[in-house]
Design a protein around this ligand. Structure first.
Ligand code: ADP
Ligand code: ADP
Length: 226
């Protein structure tokens, strides 16, 4: 069950900033794992190394037994979900979900099947022909999730997934997203500075500070510790 393995990974930027400092972690299959910490602690750098947008200065990352440390982003069976405003505003919900599949040159019939399947998954079948601005913030977030799950990546990365939503909508959407993710069974690593969000969505949490993990545990373990 050691699905994602991060072994002694560091990232030192050109300006000599050590953003990630000798971190090791394994994430189980189907787990939602949260990297929690304040701004500048290195969580985005770690996420970008998983996505392949940054290369570790040192260490090794493997996914499903395969070394992906130096694999280019487009070859990784990994997708990143950004906040809902990353939807294409001029495209319908349908076309937003189909976008990546079309870009891959998938046959139209197969695209249609996958789009329909993902619309059902996020319960937006009735909204297929709307534009993002005709949806609520939570619905937009579900479109963003459907789009990033369309190809069924082995690993889904979530960067501050609900940062664009107001507080009230956020709590409801946290549970909705976690349910959909568990239903699909995709393994997730999310980055957040919101403790509530990590506690609600994640099965385990790493608290980060200055490029290191201060603590790793379940929400209960983290909450109960002094
Ligand atoms: P977080 O996501 O927790 O806010 P980051 O990973 O973005 O943290 O940043 C960690 C540290 O690395 C910070 O000190 C930040 O200024 C620095 N940093 C981030 N990106 C770069 C970069 N491209 N070049 C140089 N330093 C960077
Ligand atoms: P393309 O957009 O690549 O031209 P087609 O027109 O060949 O796709 O349609 C292929 C299938 O996908 C059809 O079953 C069609 O009904 C469905 N489809 C394509 N675009 C949409 C859309 N915007 N909304 C709903 N169904 C669509």
């Amino acid at each position: 069950t050691k699905f994602l393995s991060i072994d002694n990974v560091s990232k030192v930027y050109d300006n000599a900033v050590t953003a990630v400092d000798d971190i090791s972690l394994s994430v189980n299959k189907g787990e939602i794992f949260a990297l929690l910490g304040s701004s500048g602690c290195g969580k985005s750098t770690l996420l970008r190394m998983l996505a392949g947008f940054e290369t570790p200065t040192k260490g090794r990352i493997s996914l499903a037994g395969k070394d992906i440390t130096a694999m280019p982003p487009y070859e990784r069976p990994i997708n990143m979900m950004f906040q809902s405003y990353a939807l294409f505003p001029h495209m319908t919900v349908w076309d937003n979900i189909a976008f990546g599949l079309r870009r891959d040159g998938m046959p139209a019939k197969q695209i249609a099947e996958l789009v329909e399947q993902n619309l059902r998954l996020v319960q937006l079948e009735k909204y297929a022909q709307r534009k993002p601005h005709q949806l609520s913030g939570g619905q937009q977030q579900r479109v963003a999730l459907a789009r990033s799950l369309a190809k069924r990546p082995q690993l889904l990365l979530l960067d501050e997934p609900l940062g664009a939503l107001d507080k009230k909508l956020r709590e409801q959407t946290q549970l909705e997203l976690a349910n959909i993710i568990h239903q699909v069974g995709v393994t997730c690593v999310m980055v957040t500075h919101d403790q509530e969000e990590a506690m609600t969505m994640a099965s385990r949490i790493a608290i980060m500070s200055e490029g290191r993990f201060l603590q790793v545990g379940t929400p209960e373990e983290i909450y109960e510790s002094p």
